[in-house]
Structures are given as structure tokens and as C-alpha cells.
Design a protein around this ligand. Structure first.
Ligand code: MG
Length: 309
């Protein structure tokens, strides 16, 4: 499992003075000069795993590859400054494909005001693979991290969740502006972008913060796509199951002290809704709040890359 590799790397990678924040968050924070730091993240997407090139416009694939890295910058409340792109292209049609992928990325760079510095290109007899490294600055309020939560913090999410496979997983807008606005205006303790599923990603924030988390399931904002997948009854999963377990919503999950949460929910300062779904608690683990006030343990549904021996 990917989490086993991360655990090994945490032990094995030597510490270095340049790493203000190393492995284990949405991005690293790297010291690049006296008093200057940047936020760095790298993502890989590939054909047949993250998209199906035979039935997807390559511009949407390019958009997704870059937007996924921008979403990790957003989770750190970092403003994108530049990106570099590595492409491993199938030999046949590779040049035209590469141009189309870039055509999908360039509008994001224009919209969020950063530069794409090109990158490296490789051709092979294998499916398309794209790796994007995104670099952002650290705003005056510092980076947001997963581990800053405290018991009593309220859990808020942007947007609606689940069912991204119906299209949002390709066409999502990374919550860059939303993260910067919220971080500037309110007292936020911790954040993550919902890339692997609400339950698993909330558990990551809770674990890193040394807390547990409890969710009010009735409060989880369910997307129309999750509802329509559930009504199609292909796999017996409810809309709530989709909202809890589906990956690639690319919304923000925030841990916020109660006074700030009250203000944010009253202000609703974003174009997408902000919804309170639960809170961090002292008791470790991931829990659901039952109507009678009892807690029941909740599974950590979500997506994780796995390996064979
Ligand atoms: Mg992330």
C-alpha cells in the first residue's frame, strides 16, 4: 500500500535543513534562501488508471494532470508560481498528443497567473503517463498543514461530494482561490484536499493532528452525481457511500476553531457552499455520530494505490 511506503520513507529519508516540512502532507515546504520558502508538490496520472485516453479529449487530461497538483497547493494555501511537466508519451501520435495536453494546461496557468516552464518529454511503447510538479509561494500567514488540528475544531468542506467519475474528476476547478481567501480572512488550523475520499482524507487530518474525528453523516453535502450513481444502483452503494468513499472530489476539507467556523458558515464567502460535517475529538479514530448522541466507528473508505509483491 502507498501508506506503507510513506511510513517507510518517513523513517528512511534523512532530515535536511532545507525541509521545513517534509514527507506526509499535501506538499513539501522547502527553504530556498534566507527567509524564503516555497511549496512543492508532484503528482502522477496515467492512462487506464486516472483516465481513459481512448474516450477522453486529451485537453481534459492535461487539465486534470495540472489541476491535481494545483489542488495540493490549494490544500497548503499556497499561491501557484510555476509548474514543470514530464510526459511519457506513446510513440504513435505522441507529438500531437503532447500539444493537446499542453492546450489543456495553459488556460489554468492563465487563470491563476503562474508560468509553465516546459519540462521533459519521453516516448515509449506504453500508455501515457504525466507528472506535474507545481511550485507555489508561502503567503504571509504561512502554509496550512494537515497536522494543525485540535480537539473541538469544526470540520468544514467546500462544495458537494461523491460521484466525480461522472465527469468532475476530469473537469474540476482546483480550490486555489477559495483556499487563499479563507486562509487570509479566517483562523484555519488544518487542511487537506479531498483527492482519495472524504473518510480516508479526514482520517489523515485527524491522525496527523493527533486527534480523532466524528462525522454527522446527515450533514455530508452529497453531489447530484453521487445521487444519480446511487439511483442507477449499479453496485448497491448509497449516495452517502459515494460521498464518503469516492476519490477525486478535489474539494477542501478544513479544521477550524469553533469561533471561526461560526463566522465562515454565517458569511458563506465562497461561490461554492461551505458545510460543517463534524469535529475533531480527543479520542483517536474515525467515528459517526448516531442520532442518540452515541459514536460508532466508521470505515476509512477511499482510494489508495496498492502494490503486488
Ligand atoms: Mg492532496
Amino acid at each position: 500500500m502507498e501508506s506503507d511506503l510513506i511510513a517507510w520513507l518517513r523513517e528512511r529519508l534523512p532530515p535536511h535543513e532545507s525541509l521545513r516540512l517534509g514527507i506526509g502532507d499535501d506538499a513539501a515546504v522547502v527553504q530556498i534562501g534566507a527567509g524564503t520558502a516555497c511549496v512543492v508538490t508532484v503528482d502522477v496520472v496515467s492512462d487506464q488508471v486516472d483516465f481513459h485516453l481512448d474516450r477522453t479529449d486529451p485537453r481534459r487530461v492535461g487539465h486534470k494532470a495540472l489541476a491535481a497538483s494545483l489542488s495540493d497547493l490549494a490544500a497548503m494555501a499556497s499561491r501557484p508560481r510555476s509548474a514543470v511537466v514530464a510526459l511519457a508519451l506513446p510513440r504513435r501520435g505522441g507529438l500531437e498528443l503532447a500539444k493537446q495536453l499542453y492546450e489543456g494546461m495553459i488556460p489554468l496557468a492563465e487563470r491563476y497567473g503562474f508560468g509553465i516552464a516546459g519540462g521533459d518529454t519521453h516516448s515509449w511503447d506504453a500508455p501515457l503517463l504525466i507528472s506535474v510538479t507545481a511550485i507555489g509561494d508561502v503567503t504571509g500567514r504561512g502554509p496550512l498543514v494537515r497536522g494543525g488540528g485540535q480537539p473541538g475544531d469544526q470540520i468544514l468542506v467546500t462544495g458537494t461530494l461523491g460521484g466525480s467519475i461522472l465527469g468532475k474528476h476530469l473537469d474540476f476547478e482546483p480550490r486555489v482561490r477559495e483556499a487563499l481567501l479563507l486562509h487570509e480572512r479566517y483562523d484555519l488550523h488544518a487542511a487537506i484536499d479531498l483527492s482519495d475520499g472524504l473518510a480516508i482524507d479526514l482520517a489523515r487530518v485527524a491522525d496527523e493532528s493527533g486527534c480523532g474525528a466524528v462525522i454527522q453523516l446527515a450533514s455530508v453535502p452529497i453531489s447530484e452525481a453521487a445521487a444519480s450513481l446511487a439511483s442507477a444502483k449499479q453496485n448497491g452503494r448509497s449516495a452517502l457511500d459515494h460521498a464518503l468513499g469516492d476519490g477525486e472530489d478535489f474539494e477542501l476539507l478544513l479544521a477550524v476553531p469553533p469561533h471561526a467556523a461560526r463566522q465562515m458558515l454565517a458569511d458563506q464567502p465562497l461561490e461554492v457552499p461551505l458545510t460543517r460535517i463534524g469535529e475533531l475529538i480527543g479520542q483517536p479514530g474515525l467515528w459517526q455520530m448516531l442520532p442518540d448522541g452515541q459514536r460508532r466507528e466508521l470505515g476509512r473508505a477511499g482510494f489508495e494505490h496498492t502494490f503486488l509483491p
